[in-house]
Design a protein around this ligand. Sequence first.
Ligand SMILES: Nc1ncnc2c1ncn2[C@@H]1O[C@H](COP(=O)(O)OP(=O)(O)OP(=O)(O)O)[C@@H](O)[C@H]1O
Length: 241
Amino acid sequence: MPSLQIRGLNAGYGKLQILFDVSFSAPSEKITVIVGPNGSGKSTTLKTIFGLTTIYSGEILFDGKNIAGLPPHRIAKMGIAYVPQTDNVFAKLTVKENLVMATYGMDESSAQDRVEEVLEMFPILKERLDQRAGTLSGGERQMLAIGIALIRRPKLMLFDEPTAALAPKIAIEILDIIARLRDEYKITILLVEQNAKKALEYGDRAVLLVGGRVAFEGEAEELLHHPDLARMYLGLVAGAE
Ligand SMILES: Nc1ncnc2c1ncn2[C@@H]1O[C@H](COP(=O)(O)OP(=O)(O)OP(=O)(O)O)[C@@H](O)[C@H]1O
């Protein structure tokens, strides 16, 4: 049973339609990668799932329930976390304050446990607890953003280009962390990535968006080696390493 199923989605910003009849599934405990040229609607797809755009028609089924049209706080409460590309931490607050903010409304002992859990996963953040988030490196900041999202134990995480502007080695670290979230935390992942090759190597399933429409949905491996699509839209040479 797919965790997320999108059917016939038409959405955009006000009257400006960006997504056209978009349908795809993100199966449970898998990484589904959304790739495609600039401006093809990848980020808009994530924002739409999280209730941040205008939906004209279509369904977004999360564990069988239609969440299309719900406000973001209700969607978050259902177990969906959205990690935007930028502004995903409070730059002026310390690492510790960011994590504590994320526990808002939890009882004290579980809040403490969750923060501890995140710090165990990202030991580097433990060394940076009193540092303002704005002074962290790009990779550390991304780890903090993931940590903040993890505090709520989400079932589905939406990542918008988590490796953008990171050095290749750090980008791999972040992708490794995302793979751990799937394997150890059993979280379903929807991942938008510019670096199509790397992302498809990590992903299980793939969706190719072109001009706001789904041009391919299938196994990540299949898209990676697709003779035409990989070359035309992802700048990949079929069969090349
Ligand atoms: N807030 C907004 N208001 C109006 N139009 C927007 C808004 N955000 C994005 N768009 C437009 O929606 C289209 C799709 O943008 P989107 O960011 O979803 O594409 P993308 O595939 O994620 O591209 P990129 O790889 O460049 O981030 C673009 O034409 C963009 O200009």
